[in-house]
Design a protein around this ligand. Sequence first.
Ligand code: TMP
Length: 253
Amino acid sequence: MARRKKIYEGKAKILYEGPEPGTFVQYFKDDATAFNAEKKATIDGKGVLNNRLSEFFMKGLTQIGIPNHFLKRLNMREQLIRQVEIIPLEVIVRNFAAGSMSTRLGLSEGTALPRPIVEFCLKDDKLGDPLVSEEHIIAFGWASQQDLDDMLALALRVNDFMSGVMLAVGIKLVDFKIEIGRVWENDFQRLIVADEISPDSCRLWDVETGQKLDKDVFRRDLGSLTDAYTEVARRLGVLPSNVTHATKPTLIN
Ligand code: TMP
């Protein structure tokens, strides 16, 4: 196969030039990082699971009319996506206190919030992705007021969808992060959900036991990350049982 042009390599994914203008191939690596890459590991099968899970969530979003970058899965680790101009903000939605919100505000993990709370962090690893306010975003021109309104609406719709999908399989959506990108259609621009939606970027707790089924398992050394993600995939019915084997690739449809 001809060598592909690498566009960008992040901590968990690589973007390659796509087969047509306006497309990229998104490759999911097995690498896991936490605390701004201070902690690193390679987790066999994570990329395969996240490719499949992100496909599942993005296709669901498409089915309820929430625009996103997913076009089609290409193989076990790669999917074809629309090229977008990423807005340099991490959009976090929280339903229950956890993680940095618990630390910042002294709320015990699991405290129900009065309503879903949306936070924005500047995407800048050197600064540790600091929390920023809407004032900062407008003043520094990272996004316009219209973009902000659109991002809030998108984030809350994704939250409703994801909360419902997860609750149906006995999982509580505590919080999640999405990234949003700009696409141009003729002279009009619109915002669509981009990057990935996977247990790397969500907090997912079993409704009955509170067991963590997300990247906190890695961040906090709580056991096997592959087992946790496989359990999420199994409950959602998105994976045949044998595709996480690192050594023997299996064709999936
Ligand atoms: P936080 O509580 O650490 O701020 O995380 C909030 C949510 O955002 C949680 O679901 C994990 C996700 N997240 C990412 O996807 N990437 C990141 O770099 C961080 C810090 C959090």
